[in-house]
Design a protein around this ligand. Structure first.
Ligand SMILES: NC(=O)c1ccc[n+]([C@@H]2O[C@H](COP(=O)([O-])OP(=O)(O)OC[C@H]3O[C@@H](n4cnc5c(N)ncnc54)[C@H](O)[C@@H]3O)[C@@H](O)[C@H]2O)c1
Length: 268
């Protein structure tokens, strides 16, 4: 019996998430594996020797990977993904917050149409998006996302002007607004807010509450939704990815799950 060739996956960026994905896929005897990556022109080659390095989206597209996974950030997504899609390459994206830019969303849609390719949004650090996508078909009345983190985890954001992380004693909701407003004011939280909004009621109808809680031990994401389907509440407490504490372990696992799903013959 001949063994089917392993599908080839390329990554944009080779940081914590790409590394985690590469190691986990390589450890499987079959299935997709990372064979190439796209690095920024000026960045050092710091990838395993068996992985081909490309420096432009054109070169990567010409190598015809079966799937590209963007795990490099919002700017990299805008810079490379439209060209890959237009060249007919499917791309899974993890930097969903970039989709708060309506013009970029439109560019991606047009590029995918032109190339006959697909953009696959990855759930990242949150879950429950399958339910939102299904429920919105019959109509969603309201979706609220609450992001709860320990006070110090909001350092470096506008939240620092609202409370003192060292002395806060009780939970404080320091931001309430739409997902679009939240993503703009708190770009580091944009991926989760945008993923929920785009699966459900959109960037302008999704309510966001951001909370600093001295009792929180992890970054926590809660979703509450109601509509014709009934009601839903979802909560996840994320542990960090050891190689990048700013990224949650679940976000890396969610890319792996999306890649496996993209090539699965029977996904159960
Ligand atoms: N959806 C989610 O819930 C979620 C969660 C965490 C992270 N993310 C996204 O995933 C991205 C990657 O996370 P990570 O932990 O691996 O980050 P990381 O900082 O460890 O790695 C990012 C990599 O991208 C590379 N890069 C940056 N700009 C590039 C460009 N223009 N072209 C090619 N490569 C480029 C960097 O050199 C680095 O290798 C984050 O920037 C974030 O946008 C999404």
């Amino acid at each position: 019996m001949t063994t089917a060739p392993r599908p080839s996956v390329a990554v944009i960026g080779f940081g914590a998430m790409a590394r985690s994905l590469q190691g986990n896929l390589a450890a499987r005897p079959q299935g997709p594996q990372i064979t190439s990556c796209l690095l920024a022109p000026d960045s050092a080659r710091s990838v395993p020797s068996e992985i081909a390095v490309h420096r432009t989206a054109g070169d990567l597209a010409a190598s015809r990977p079966d799937l590209v996974v963007e795990c490099a950030g919002h700017h990299a997504l805008a810079e490379h993904v439209p060209q890959l899609l237009a060249a007919g390459v499917d791309v899974a994206i993890v930097s969903i917050g970039a989709l708060c830019d309506d013009a970029l969303r439109e560019r991606l849609t047009r590029a995918a149409e032109a190339g006959g390719s697909r953009v696959i949004p990855v759930a990242g650090a949150v879950g429950g998006l399958d339910l939102l996508r299904a429920a919105r078909l019959a109509g969603l009345d309201a979706v609220t996302y609450r992001g709860i983190k320990p006070p110090r985890a909001w350092a470096g954001s506008p939240a620092e002007e609202v409370f003192d992380a060292e002395t806060l004693e009780a939970p404080l909701t320091f931001f309430e607004g739409t997902a679009r407003e939240a993503a703009k004011a708190f770009p580091k939280n944009a991926n989760v807010a945008a993923a929920i909004a785009l699966a459900g009621t959109g960037l302008d109808a999704t309510r966001v509450e951001l909370v600093a809680d001295p009792a929180a031990r992890a970054n926590c994401h809660q979703i509450e939704a109601s509509g014709d389907f009934g009601t839903m509440s979802f909560a996840v407490e994320n542990r960090p990815l050891p190689s990048n504490p700013k990224t949650s372990h679940l976000a890396a696992l969610s890319i792996e799950a999306a890649v496996l799903e993209a090539f699965a013959r029977a996904d159960f």
